[in-house]
Design a binder for this molecule. Structure first.
Ligand SMILES: C[S@@+](CC[C@H](N)C(=O)[O-])C[C@H]1O[C@@H](n2cnc3c(N)ncnc32)[C@H](O)[C@@H]1O
Length: 228
């Protein structure tokens, strides 16, 4: 099945949302009025028809091209996307409903608040594709991939689970590697085409169209960190 995107006219979406939305909630004395829900826990019956928790998570799912195609290709796998731009979430949600996709769900969420709604050792895969690079040093704190989130990713992945990364910014790749090295619970491997059997993301299609090279990596939990 192919989604006819013409049925879902894309709203005008900015690249970024308000700066407060990238800040973790515990840095505010008073939470801003417009701020994604904190999702301390989730009743998965509200999200997936089979009521089961997701097997895979798409962090920063953007316009959802990857999430939607993955859901179509794997009808038995629940995929959950989180995204900080509310308009994008509402748009993806309208497609999920319009196409009656029973195994895809998306939520407005800021991942700098961790992944409290995901049980430990429950996910086969976490996808983290083409994160906003936030080139300026003063904006680095807006990067969602930090020590806290990486620790959370380690917690939610099954022992054999994998973190999949893609970026077209070399500096972001180096930054992510340094965070993973500091954690010490992961084994990092660059991936080749033959290691990659996943639908393309919207940003990946953009990079291909513009001839921008990009990097892929598959990150496993290290043996030592599983047996601690
Ligand atoms: C460049 S886009 C890539 C989107 C998609 N993964 C793809 O490959 O097409 C990065 C996405 O991450 C989202 N994002 C950035 N910071 C986030 C955060 N703290 N929590 C959730 N999503 C975030 C952005 O809003 C944006 O949609």
């Amino acid at each position: 099945m192919i989604i006819d995107y013409k049925k879902y006219p894309t709203p005008r979406m900015r690249h970024h949302t308000g700066p407060n939305l990238y800040v973790p909630f515990n840095e505010f004395k008073v939470l801003p009025r417009f701020y994604p829900p904190l999702l301390p826990e989730i009743d998965w019956n509200q999200y997936f028809t089979n009521g089961k928790a997701p097997c895979v998570l798409d962090i920063g799912c953007g316009r959802g091209g990857f999430l939607l195609e993955y859901a179509l290709n794997h009808p038995a796998v629940n995929i959950f996307g989180v995204e900080v731009r509310k308009q994008a979430v509402e748009w993806i949600h309208s497609i999920i409903k319009g196409e009656n996709l029973l195994n895809a769900a998306v939520e407005w969420y800021n991942t700098t608040n961790g992944l409290p709604f995901i049980s430990s050792e429950s996910l086969d895969a976490v996808y983290y594709f083409f994160p906003d690079p936030w080139h300026k040093k003063k904006h680095h704190k807006r990067r969602a991939f930090n020590d806290y989130l990486v620790n959370e990713i380690h917690r939610v992945l099954k022992p054999e689970g994998k973190l999949y990364l893609m970026t077209d910014v070399i500096e972001v790749d180096m930054y992510q590697r340094s965070i993973l090295d500091t954690h010490k619970g992961f084994e990092f491997k660059y991936a080749q085409d033959e290691d990659w059997n996943l639908p393309r993301t919207d940003h990946e299609n953009f990079s291909i169209k513009k001839n921008i090279p990009y990097i892929r990596a598959i990150v496993s939990k290290s043996f030592d960190s599983i047996n601690k």
